[in-house]
Design a protein around this ligand. Structure first.
Ligand code: ATP
Ligand code: MG
Length: 421
């Protein structure tokens, strides 16, 4: 017989199952709960967009646009890109739908994003993000609420302990111009020691050198002048208001005056929540203010601030989620009890109980299987009633169960017949 080759999974993609899936789902669930507390509305946007949405928003010279996007021509000849992040698509949706009337708009989204990167621990080509945005609010109070949401999410996931909020300001346009001048002067003086990538950045976007991971650039970047000497009084006051707001809301933070973000659209606030528990992939959640972005997409001047978090990285940090609800296994004592067991199972699930059942094997075999699946109690359906064998004590009252199941069982059912109702 000819051998049939199984197509491989694409490099950097994942089949998420078992414990990994439970962790993943827990992150998504907690995010959904917390975003409701903060009145962020859930938004679904397309997985792909016209390439211009990302190229214009993120900036042509950024790593994401120049190296990491999945871009292709569709059958109609249009250039399409799989989303490498949410913010640009959400901004596009805001303009397309004329959502100015709803501003300030607090939005939450999540789902797959795609970047052509070198796969490694915590770094995939298809990964998943949580995303939160506030569009149409220029006030520092919006930055504060957005960051407080992030902080509460990390607390509720139980991982706030080892994660630090690093905060910086990138100032306003005037500040950035002045800072940029000082950075260029500094980097020019060390031109000979910079990496090739950073030499190219020196002309196009010198701020980006601060973000370099190349060991040749690090000492030069670390010695670069920081932004503080160049802050205009407005930019300084904005940063001060965010900082004081975070203190009032009980959000711990530290200043990282070297922090710049990889995308062009950031202004004023920039931040990352960082841990040392994930090796090189230590940033779990990051974002900032992007007041110019919506204009770049042809919309009206509209301020915005947002963040994104990698679900996989958060999922790696949390404790393995425990299943809160007790699990019951219903086991017919003999095959003659199978239909009565089905009836009991239906009754239990109607009452919102979690029930597992095997499709085959005798009672002993089914009990073994149920224990392996983590059942808290085995409910044997017998000719003369039920017998509950508790594997593990749970907050559940088993006398309720007796009633519930007995109710479901016909009284005269020596043959296991259930056709009596
Ligand atoms: P990094 O510096 O790790 O490449 P980034 O600055 O490119 O991160 P953002 O664009 O800010 O990341 O995306 C927000 C979050 O998405 C990151 O903080 C991280 O948790 C997650 N993330 C980014 N790229 C990947 C990836 N390739 N695989 C898994 N998660 C990722
Ligand atoms: Mg990256």
């Amino acid at each position: 017989m000819a051998r049939i080759d199984t197509p491989n999974r694409i490099r950097g993609t994942q089949d998420i199952f078992g414990e990994d899936e439970r962790r993943f789902a827990r992150v998504a669930d907690v995010f959904d709960r917390v975003r409701r507390l903060y009145c962020f509305q859930r938004l679904e946007i397309p997985v792909f967009e016209a390439t211009a949405v990302f190229a214009r928003s993120l900036g042509e010279t950024t790593d994401v646009v120049s190296k990491e996007m999945y871009t292709f021509e569709d059958r109609g000849g249009d250039s399409i890109t799989l989303r490498p992040e949410f913010t640009a698509g959400i901004a596009r949706a805001y303009v397309t739908n004329g959502w100015q009337q709803h501003a300030p708009l607090k939005l939450a989204a999540s789902g797959p994003v795609f970047r052509y990167e070198r796969p490694q621990k915590g770094r995939f080509r298809q990964f998943h993000q949580l995303d939160a945005e506030i569009i149409g609010a220029a006030e520092p109070a919006a930055d504060v609420e957005l960051l407080t949401l992030a902080d509460q999410l990390l607390h509720e996931l139980g991982i706030a302990e080892g994660v630090t909020l690093q905060l910086n300001t990138l100032g306003d346009a005037e500040t950035r111009e002045a800072w940029r001048g000082a950075l260029v002067a500094h980097f020019e003086a060390h031109r000979g020691d910079l990496s090739e990538d950073s030499l190219a950045r020196l002309d196009k976007n010198p701020l980006r050198i601060l973000d370099s991971k190349d060991s040749r650039d690090r000492p030069i970047a670390d010695a670069a002048p920081d932004i503080d000497a160049h802050l205009t009084s407005e930019a300084g006051a904005f940063f001060e208001a965010v900082a004081r707001g975070l203190d009032a809301a009980g959000v711990a933070w530290t200043r990282n005056s070297r922090l710049v973000r990889g995308l062009d659209y950031y202004r004023h606030t920039a931040f990352e929540f960082v841990t040392d528990r994930l090796g090189a992939q230590g940033t779990v959640l990051a974002g900032g203010r992007y007041d110019g972005l919506i204009e770049t997409l042809g919309g009206p001047p509209t301020p915005g601030v947002g963040w994104a978090a990698g679900i996989e990285r958060l999922a790696m940090l949390i404790e393995e989620p425990a299943e809160g609800e007790p699990l019951f296994a219903v086991i017919p004592e003999t095959s003659a009890q199978e239909r009565r067991a089905l009836r009991a199972i239906r009754r239990m699930r109607d009452r919102r109980l979690r029930v597992t059942t095997a499709y085959r094997g005798n009672a002993k075999r089914q009990a073994e299987l149920a224990r392996k699946l983590g059942a808290d109690a085995l409910v044997y359906v017998k000719e003369d009633g039920i017998n509950v064998s508790v594997v593990r004590e749970t907050p559940f009252d088993h006398s309720d169960l007796d009633l519930m199941v007995l109710e479901a069982l016909p009284v005269n059912s020596l043959s296991g017949d259930v056709d009596d109702q």
